[in-house]
Write a protein that binds this ligand. Structure first.
Ligand SMILES: [Zn+2]
Length: 239
């Protein structure tokens, strides 16, 4: 059974006194021509529920659906929030969750553009309260052996992300519009519109055409198992 914060009555909440809260965070962003604009919400929200149903005393928070999508803001369908507004809003959600007695906050992030902002506010919340925060970028912080075994060309709207949506919401994927574009991300920290246009000419980087629901299921199962292990390790480390 999944415990969802907004489905509990106040009385249930008081009785339950949950220790662990899981916050899915995503964005609304173009993912090529074949994936839904809410791809970065669909995956972390689904993962949060799969993880919560297998953990004791964990409750799923309502998700943060809007994020920082500066790089792909020029593509129709993207909704990008300025970093300062995003950080301020999400930090205050986190502080309120902690004020309600949560000791362990697990953030499952579905979007690379949010990562640095989430790192900054997680550090601040940890410094300002007694709570601890575990931040997980679902596609790159867990199950990486599996990721590189299953997928030849993972990347934005590429083989891994397309496979994940095919496994979770197959009816939303238009494979007839899937495209491939492969350009490795440079090792250097370069900030440049010229480079962004090369990396994402069509809001895809990877080989979307190689995706399948089977690959998605295999990867997501490994991701769920690894997140559960990570949460157990986290709660032990900071107890
Ligand atoms: Zn994505």
């Amino acid at each position: 059974m999944v415990l969802r914060w907004c489905e509990l009555t106040g009385k249930d909440f008081e009785k339950l006194k949950p220790q662990i809260a899981i916050l899915p965070v995503g964005t609304v962003e173009r993912h090529g021509d074949h994936l839904p604009l809410g791809t970065d919400n669909i995956v972390p929200e689904w993962l949060a529920e799969r993880v919560a149903e297998r953990l004791e005393n964990a409750v799923v928070l309502p998700p943060v659906k809007y994020g920082v999508s500066i790089t792909l803001a020029k593509f129709p369908g993207t909704i990008s929030i300025p970093p300062e507004a995003f950080m301020n809003y999400v930090k205050h959600i986190m502080l309120e969750v902690v004020r309600n007695g949560i000791k362990y906050l697990v953030v499952i992030n579905g979007h690379g553009g949010n990562t640095r902002e989430l790192q900054v506010i997680s550090k601040e919340v940890a410094a300002e309260t007694e709570a601890s925060v575990l931040l997980i970028d679902w596609w790159r912080d867990v199950a990486q052996d599996k990721r590189f075994k299953i997928f030849q060309y993972p990347g934005h709207a590429g083989e891994d992300e397309t496979s994940a949506i095919m496994a979770i919401r197959p009816e939303l994927v238009k494979m007839e519009h899937a495209e491939d574009h492969v350009m490795p991300y440079p090792r250097l920290k370069i900030y440049s519109r010229v480079l962004e246009d090369k990396l994402f000419p069509r809001a895809v980087n990877g080989k979307a055409t190689l995706a399948s629901a089977e690959k998605g299921k295999e990867f997501l199962n490994a991701v769920i198992a690894d997140i559960i292990k990570a949460v157990e390790e986290f709660t032990k480390l900071v107890a």
